[in-house]
Design a protein around this ligand. Structure first.
Ligand SMILES: [Ca+2]
Ligand SMILES: [Ca+2]
Length: 498
């Protein structure tokens, strides 16, 4: 463990970088899809991966020198602690071998001790949580993790993509450290996961008995599942042709409040030998998850799904200005700010969260009359567009770019030379001006021009709707209103592709 001081949002914090050597158990298979996903939830992972098994018990070792680590950040002033803890869990693809994980004591840049904290981490800290940022090998097949199957066979291809107990083991250490420093364990512990990390969040809620600590008490009090990988896992467990998951009240009682954040523009595909209740479309699975929970009586009681337009897998949390070269991403942290509060108010105060939001009728039509009253969330940039966000570099990418309504030249090509159909007419034709686009979208009458006033009114309405709906804090809505007074309404291309 090493200790340092760090300032976030002008406030003083202590930062502890902790490395651990240890072992964790789970289940894996020797062949087939997802064979190396060491998991405590084999009844979700292997049926939904189309992997018939056999499923074997295994034990695997992790090493702090190869990145098994966590960063714990807490307020230096104990009075600034809200008594709660957020454990964060990243997605698939991290490894020491490929350079995305560092030796435990190298995550800290002494000259910039907040450099590896993303926008969501900063939000959690500014709200007074103890932040526990976990890191694990989550890329399989690399020989990085040494393990042994129950039959004695050695295996070096496993990874901790889906290993809940890795996270809870680290969380136990973090809780003890908090107790040592503050003289008190966290009163509530929340889970945040992105992608494969969000799947672990669903594992916790969907695997009977998994969300418990060593003494049998509830471990996580709420789950924030940010764009779960492939839209899975789904809350389904087939036995003899019947779905038996959440068939009993006891299972439903153990379910903790869960918010699923679904990024609508992530068009990725998992084409595998899958059971009939799954889709190869990630978005379709995200919507199915919400629909099935609703059918099983767990939503709206204990789950919300907030679907967001114009955002692919990344919410820009690691891009300080939302841009990197041709990549341009809407700033999801502006809504994550409220998602964190919504979950906390739900768990801690019993406050009813805003209804689920989706452009899918099965979720967005709350009263079942066939009309969607709770559509997917639209940022002001989407509701009052000066251009189009599109998946980039290609249609299945986890990032986006932005094409402005310049009124000049052709619609752009993406990184695979597929045209971006900005005006949705099916033709590779010309870029509209903002006025032409707004007329087409019905935001302007046929003979009206886009003026500063009309633009500002639209942005104010969009920002205010999000504020009233509970998805923007006041200051964010006010920021948008202010920006609308100076935003360039005749955008010029920034680069040849945009
Ligand atoms: Ca309705
Ligand atoms: Ca077109």
């Amino acid at each position: 463990m090493q200790e340092s001081d760090v300032t976030v949002d002008g406030k003083p914090f202590k930062r502890l970088d902790v490395g651990l050597n240890g072992r964790v158990e789970g289940y894996a298979t020797k062949q087939g899809e997802y064979k190396d996903y060491l998991t405590q939830s084999p009844d979700l992972v292997f049926p939904q991966s189309g992997n018939p098994g056999p499923v074997l018990f295994a034990i695997a070792s992790y090493e702090r020198d190869k990145g098994a680590a966590m960063t714990i950040v807490y307020p230096r002033d104990r009075a600034a602690w809200n008594g709660k803890m957020f454990v964060t869990v990243h997605g698939r693809g991290a490894s020491f071998k490929q350079g995305t994980l560092k030796t435990w004591n190298k995550n800290l840049d002494p000259a910039h001790p907040a450099a590896d904290l993303n926008k969501y981490d900063a939000l959690m800290l500014s709200k007074g949580y103890v932040l526990v940022k976990t890191r694990r090998t989550s890329a399989e097949g690399l020989g990085e993790i040494k393990g042994t199957f129950e039959d004695g066979t050695p295996v070096d291809s496993l990874a901790f993509n889906d290993t809940t107990h890795y996270i809870t083991d680290f969380g136990d250490v973090a809780r003890q450290i908090v107790a040592d420093r503050f003289g008190q364990r966290p009163r509530l512990t929340y889970f945040y996961g992105h992608s494969a990390g969000a799947r672990i969040g669903r594992d916790l809620n969907y695997t009977p008995g998994l969300n418990t600590d060593r003494s049998g008490r509830r471990y996580f009090d709420g789950i924030l599942a940010d764009d779960a990988a492939a839209g899975t896992w789904l809350p389904v467990l087939m036995k003899d042709g019947k779905d038996v998951l959440f068939a009993t009240d006891a299972e439903k009682v153990a379910f903790v409040p869960q918010i699923d954040i679904s990024h609508q523009m992530y068009n990725n595909i998992w084409d595998h030998k899958m059971p009939p209740y799954m889709s190869l479309s990630y978005l379709a699975n995200k919507r199915s998850n919400a629909r099935i929970l609703r059918q099983k009586g767990l939503a709206p009681a204990k789950e919300r799904m907030y679907e967001i337009r114009g955002i692919s897998h990344s919410g820009g949390e690691n891009l300080p200005n939302g841009r990197r070269g041709d990549i341009e991403i809407l700033d999801l942290s502006r809504m994550m700010d409220r998602f964190i509060d919504i979950l906390d108010a739900w768990v801690d105060k019993g406050a009813n969260p805003p209804p689920s939001r989706s452009d899918d009728r099965a979720v967005g039509d709350a009263d079942g009359d066939g009309v969607i009253e709770n559509p997917a969330l639209a940022f002001p940039e989407i509701a009052c567009p000066l251009g189009v966000y599109f998946p980039y570099p290609e249609s299945t990418s986890g990032t986006t770019s932005f094409a402005a309504f310049t009124g000049a030249g052709l619609e752009p090509l993406d990184g695979r030379k597929v045209f971006v159909d900005m005006n949705r007419n099916g033709v590779w034709d010309y870029r509209e001006t903002p006025t032409e686009a707004w007329r087409r979208l019905g935001l302007l009458q046929k003979n009206d021009d886009l003026t500063r006033d009309r633009y500002a009114v639209c942005v104010r309405r969009a920002a205010d709707e999000l504020r009233k709906g509970g998805f923007f804090p006041d200051r964010t809505a006010a920021w948008y209103v202010d920006q609308a007074n100076s935003t360039d309404l005749q955008p010029r291309p920034k680069s040849p592709t945009q």
